[in-house]
Design a protein around this ligand. Sequence first.
Ligand SMILES: [Zn+2]
Length: 486
Amino acid sequence: MTAAWVVGHEDGKHILLPCGEVVYQDAEILYVGHGFAGEVDERIDCGRSLIAPGFIDLDALSDLDTTVLSFDNHPAWRKGRVWPKSYMDAGPYEMYTPDELVFQKAHAFAQLIRNGVTTALPIASLFYREWGETVEEFEGAAGAAAELGLRVYLGPAYRTGNSYVEPDGRIDLFFDEPRGLKGLDDAIAFCGRMDGRHRGLVRTMLAPDRIETCTAELLRRTAAAGRELGVPVRLHCSQSEFERQTVSRLHGMTSIEWLESLGFLTDRTLLPHGTHVSPSRLAPGPGRDLEIIAESGAVVVHCPLVAGRFGNGLESFATYRARGIRIGLGTDTSPPDMLLNMQIGLMTCRLAEGNATACRAEDYFDAATLGGADALGRTDLGRLAPGCRADLVVWDLANPDLGQIIDPIQTLMISASGRDARTVVIDGRTVMRDRQIPGVDHVSNAARAQRQFDDLMNKYPLRTFGHPPVEEIFSSTYRIVGKTVR
Ligand SMILES: [Zn+2]
């Protein structure tokens, strides 16, 4: 493949190759540079474009995102994001059918590819679930990923607890430890059975849901299993005020301090979202969270878009890096557009620091590629170099809407979006060509996704505090005049 620009790799750093060449055979890159001397079977000239390593998404949106429903609907506990006691007592149930669960993952995987993501660690909400994610749906997800050709790290989410809201509006936690430990056992068995499937395209991870819904025993056993299996362990923590208060009330320390005391943190631990670390504006106090994270080697999974929508963010990406913290990126919400996340991350970092030189385009490009690979311990991902996996994205620089092209990475960070990913190759297989994914009818899938999402929205009153009608749960921007057509 040749292109106006290629992101190559030398001495541990990305380099830019004007009129560069990438040669790969089967799943592996043979050559990146100028003037390949060997024979090739096929030449693909990508013209005015950038060939770059694919993005590694450590918190990859893998459902029909319901977080967007809270965009202008607050507080969460009145808007169907915390189960009312009445719903919990009646027995929570699965709001999607097994078919719908598999469809939404397959649809989300296709969307990730469409945004230039080549390695994904899926995340989905548990609000609409009976309890945790199931092994069966993840076996389905492995099949869907293999069919599409997306590189994934899979593990069903499990938990020992759940938050709920009492009739008087007080939020409390309900724990069922045996149920959570059974979820962990199932997840461990899943790792043993599925790791390395589909020629290594499918790998596994352990994914306890979020720290305030986990008991100490669940976290201890998870950490031990992670070490034994040698898989990444992802746990949402330091991400909300509710979590901060709950962990402090139950354990008398910050989330990070509690994880340290449990021996949970290792260099295979992935921590979305790391915004509410102490001390900071969001979590005042005498904490030493950043120090603990840096010393443990754990990775902060930075998801700037979802954080920004909730009015917060890392303070800051540059400060965390300066303190020696490893950082990877995640999309986490809709749209699953890594570029948009990088753009917003860069701006929120500069805002937090009050300084335009606090971070540069390449810092975020590194985090989305090399940072993710480092988090997974994969020196064969996140870069285009001989011996690495052929996971690459062709970014269209010929689109006149981009404006004038300057440095290609700076151009992506200034004016491109995920929709400018034209062709995607993963493990040497072209999984999207000219925005067409073989075997996927994107338009009809999007229509099906809309119907499924509408049905889910209509079920919100059942598990919303006080059971108000849908129109009261979700506000409209302006007064609606006439009948809505969905
Ligand atoms: Zn997340």
